[in-house]
Design a protein around this ligand. Sequence first.
Ligand code: GLU
Length: 424
Amino acid sequence: MAYIEPAPLLDKENPFEAMMSRFRTASQILGLEEEVYNVLKVPARQVIVSLPVTMDDGSIRVFEGYRVIHSTILGPSKGGIRFDPHVNLDEVKALAAWMTWKCAVVDIPYGGAKGGVACNPREMSAGEIERLMRAYTLSMIDIFGADKDIPAPDMGTGPREMAWLMDEYSRTQGMTVNAVVTGKPIVLGGSLGRTEATGRGVMVSALAAMEKLKINPYKATCAVQGFGNVGSWAARLLSERGLKVQAISDLGGAYYNENGIDIEAAVKYRDANKGSLEGFPNAEKIGSGDILTLPVDLLVPAATEDVITGSNAGKIQANLIVEGANGPTSSKADSVIYEKGISVVPDILANAGGVTVSYFEWVQNRLGYKWTADRVNRRSDRIMKDAFDNVYKTATEYKVSLRIAAYMVAIDKVAKTYKYRGGF
Ligand code: GLU
């Protein structure tokens, strides 16, 4: 089949600009010195590679791959690898910077990075994806390292891809280096609790915010956009905590049931249906954009960037938005949402549970030791709760949104560390 270039997304806010606009605002409120601002606004390193891969039909296709290291001020850079047709340098740059702020907000000793390959894994065989992952790893052999730059899964990749990455990297070193990547299968040194970690962090921060807003979880309703790893785990854990999840969605459509959706059944349906919710029974199919504007208490965008925009923000009815995805809200939507009095737990805080348990995985690999699921969950819940409280306190003190407060906490930490370390 001929390869068709994905159509450009219309009316989209450039994710790098979206990140920069919040970074600018928070830096101004903090009174950040211009020199430090100039250091933090640019990525430390940007790598672009061309990856020729033999496809199953014998043809050779060239994929474009990226790795952007935004910062190594707090420690080795950390961040996932995205396999998606829309991957481009600006997106990877924004996602890399978000990783810097995310690690700083939850106070783990990492800088930020992100990688990606423009490809459509849904249309590729396992063998093609494996060859692409191994080619990408080899091309980044001087970038990656357990003490340098530590990748992880992101959209379109998971434990299987991380295993290939670890294996390819380890071959070049002549020894097994499991700490070079996180999000691995458990048998290869993956951590218990890593798969559900991002969704679990979304649940913990949603409950913390609901407590402040005096919303009783047992009386609350919720809509979750995106039913991949993050969305499905968030939906499952929120419903276990008493919330009624009335709507879920993925590329196979949005599904609504006023009485609540059985999340276990939805996960089973998705897994038996090639990973898609398409045709999900016992629920009404609604327009895919409509899931964002339902009259629910909690909205969890857990799909991709730029879905809450200047054009639909005014129609949002939820009291609380907890961002499972990276960058789901455009900077233009921020002020509309703030003026409507809707609270937003921002991405760099709400979805930091994933990288937190990645950090635990790396710690366990370096110790050559395994923690119980209980220890992982207890420690990550505490980190998420402490980070939420810290951001909430900053927001109250400076009278700013939780988003700007989270950036302020993060930028302040990275800037202080930079000043101790010093430049040239
Ligand atoms: N890709 C995930 C994120 O955006 C996880 C990153 C990691 O674990 O390093 O936070």
